[in-house]
Design a protein around this ligand. Structure first.
Ligand code: HEM
Length: 192
């Protein structure tokens, strides 16, 4: 059964997005058709990102990075359909925002990338589902991607705020500081 319970902070975010138990249930029902596609999704996703020269420079900027990212992305994608959206889920998604801030990936690249995930998943759902099954599936997918975008933007904003006084490279330094604090137990705000 899908679950959306968590701390007050998680529930506040879920309410803001309008994400309810019916969406968690629907996402879990989609798991058997969405999970086998994770690797294919990752290939299509980074292929799309690689078409932009600035994004390409970041992704291929270090040997082995994009290969590592295929795996990270696949894990991230699978969790969309696990049916559990609690404080642990929020903490992982908050980390995604701050890691991108750490690497200098602009929020204005991240948001259209989430849109690309929606388009790729939509292509698959159009083939895999009967027309009557589509509206609830698309609504649930839209909700969970909005939740992820919200959490990603929230921690990204925190990284910007943490570094804003420091001048050039400030966000990356702010994000690095947040990640170090999180490693020593301060967390990323998922359970607040
Ligand atoms: C919104 C869609 C995206 C998702 C879901 C996503 C997912 C992820 C995940 C799960 C990680 C690992 C985070 C961790 O260490 O905990 C990651 C790292 C990273 N992502 Fe993304 N990403 C997205 C968009 C982008 C874009 C547009 C870029 C642009 C270049 C990018 C570049 C990177 C880089 C450089 C890292 C760190 C890589 C490393 O470990 O060396 N991502 N991403």
């Amino acid at each position: 059964m899908g679950a959306v319970t968590g701390s007050d902070a998680v529930e506040r975010r879920l309410r803001r997005v309008g994400f309810g138990p019916e969406h968690a249930e629907r996402l879990l029902e989609l798991k058997p058709i969405m999970h086998p596609l994770a690797h294919e999704m990752a290939l299509a996703f980074y292929d799309h990102l690689g078409q932009d020269p600035e994004t390409r420079r970041i992704l291929w900027g270090e040997p082995g990075r994009v290969e590592r990212l295929y795996e990270s992305f696949e894990g991230w994608y699978r969790e969309l359909f696990e049916g559990v959206y609690d404080a642990d889920y929020a903490a992982k998604r908050l980390r995604v925002g701050v890691v991108h801030a750490r690497y200098g990936v602009p929020l204005s690249s991240l948001i259209p990338a989430i849109g690309q995930v929606y388009s790729l998943a939509l292509e698959h759902l159009l083939v895999a589902l009967r027309p009557v099954e589509l509206p609830s599936a698309l609504e649930a997918l839209g909700k969970v991607l909005t939740l992820d975008t919200t959490l990603m933007a929230e921690s990204y904003e925190r990284a910007v705020a943490a570094g804003v006084e420091d001048g050039e490279g400030a966000t990356q330094r702010g994000a690095a500081r947040i990640l170090t604090l999180a490693r020593s137990g301060a967390g990323l705000g998922g359970g607040r």
